[in-house]
Design a protein around this ligand. Structure first.
Ligand SMILES: [Zn+2]
Length: 471
């Protein structure tokens, strides 16, 4: 294996190496994007590697989910996806070579035995290196542990955190291969990084304690060390680490709500990094131009869903009307009243400039268009109660405006508005006072798109029918 390593070409090569143990996480998306940007900047390669050696915790749908989410976000890979489950021979070969070199040894201790010895000796928890010099062989049926060189320390220069040192006294002789023969993360991860010629390992901060273990393995396997960088954790508004139990973290969930991929990427890229001129809205090309990993901060980054929604709204408003309509179609498809007819498409396109201003995520368009296309209108009962039933002027306003609408020469938003203004003036009421009962009667709700544009799309016959229900 070592000979093969030396023949690798050391161009810049990064990897994204998720474990498919859950839905693809926004933190994973950020890590993947930074790696992808580094590769693009250097003209290097981005490798996708699925670390699926833990068969019990992995699911095939999550493997697919990772690839779909990356593709949707525009994060493309140059090599892979490699599956660790298909590369087990490599790990067992590396384990054999480490044992043969004396860099690893077999251990037959049960966890209880280790705990009992630590307790008796008043020592801290963790493996006590009991079997280190017992000379047990593979036939012992034990686990293979790495022989951490003692005394000593490992120092490396982290791209984000600067110089970091770990004393070997504090690193236990970690397991490389379980007694079952299953390789553990640190072994499979390092063997693959060596085999794939990875030059830069940029990953989440939670891997920092693994890094000295990785480095010792690279050295024991006679391989060139990659450069490491550890990204700060993402936290919620309570400064807690983002968790799939507490927080909405799956990229797929945001996609289903109607986030635009470029908005999400733009927002996620700014979690921990910002360009020197503090610009916020940037294209991917601009980010590739400006990204500098040494500018990433050390402190946890607040993943603010509200701010991401704001970013999304800005991106939505920048869409051409036609593009906005197209982007909304998959979200409208869940509504029973949406049939995508030419008439509905034309209505939506006319309303698009107004709708774009009023949604933060695309799925919200359903609630905006519903009053126009729903044949059996759904009413907000509280709104009906307040603006119609308990409103002194409502029944008079509804009856009089109904007659005015019926007798209008031309039925369009401008004529409807002129009629309403004239009526408000003649009745001595503010325009918004007359609009309130009319809006509830004709749209079922107190909020929505501008009223007269909505009326124009509802059409005269249906509009009059709706008002008549309350007269
Ligand atoms: Zn042992």
């Amino acid at each position: 294996m070592d000979v093969e390593l030396l023949s690798k070409n050391w161009v810049m090569k990064v990897r994204f190496a998720p474990s498919p143990t859950g839905y693809f996480h926004v933190g994973g998306a950020r890590t993947a994007f930074y790696n992808w940007v580094l590769a693009k900047q250097a003209g290097g390669a981005f490798v996708l590697r699925i670390e699926d050696t833990d068969a019990e915790r992995n699911r095939e749908e999550w493997v697919d989910g990772i690839q779909e989410a990356l593709t949707w976000l525009g994060i493309t890979w140059d090599e892979g996806p490699f599956r660790q489950s298909e590369r087990m021979d490599l790990y067992s070969e590396a384990a054999k070579s480490l044992y043969a070199k004396g860099a690893a040894y077999y251990c037959v201790c049960a966890r209880d035995d280790v705990d009992a010895r630590n307790k008796a000796a008043g020592a801290k928890p963790g493996y006590d290196r009991y079997c280190r010099d017992l000379g047990l062989g593979p036939d012992s049926g034990g686990a293979l542990r790495f022989r951490v060189p003692l005394p000593g320390s490992t120092t490396f220069s982290d791209l984000v955190r600067g110089e970091v040192t770990f004393d070997h006294e504090n690193i236990e002789d970690y397991i490389l291969v379980k007694s079952s023969g299953a390789p553990l993360f640190v072994l499979a991860n390092v063997v693959d990084d060596i085999d794939m010629g990875i030059t830069h390992v940029v990953r989440a901060e939670e891997h920092l304690p693994n890094t000295p273990k990785s480095i010792l393995l690279f050295e024991a396997l006679g391989a060139q060390l990659p450069t490491f960088g550890h990204l700060p954790v993402l936290v919620n508004e309570k400064r807690q680490k983002l968790s799939k139990r507490r927080d909405r973290v799956a990229v797929e969930d945001y996609r289903k709500l109607g986030y635009l991929a470029p908005a999400m990427i733009n927002y996620l890229a700014l979690l921990g990094w910002s360009p020197k001129d503090d610009r916020e809205f940037m294209t991917v090309e601009e980010m590739i131009g400006a990204f500098d990993i040494s500018n990433i901060g050390h402190s946890p980054s607040f993943f603010d869903e509200k701010k991401m929604a704001y970013f999304n709204g800005v991106y939505i408003r920048a869409l051409a009307d036609q593009v906005f309509v197209q982007e909304c179609l998959p979200f409208l498809a869940v509504s029973t009243w949406w049939h995508g007819t030419d008439a509905q498409m034309a209505s939506f396109l006319r309303l698009a400039p107004l709708a774009k201003e009023r949604v933060a995520v695309l799925s919200e368009v359903n609630e905006l268009l519903r009053p126009i296309f729903e044949s059996e209108l759904t009413y907000d009962a509280a709104a009906v109660e307040k603006e119609i039933v308990n409103s002194a002027n409502a029944s008079v306003i509804l009856a009089e405006v109904k007659d005015l609408i019926a007798s209008l020469d031309s039925f369009d938003a401008a004529s409807l508005e002129a009629m309403a203004r004239a009526y408000a003036e003649s009745s001595g009421l503010a325009l918004r006072r007359i609009q309130a009962p009319l809006r509830v009667a004709t749209t079922g709700s107190k909020v929505g798109l501008p009223l007269f544009e909505t009326w124009q799309e509802i059409g005269r016959t249906q509009l009059l029918d709706r008002i008549a229900r309350f007269c």
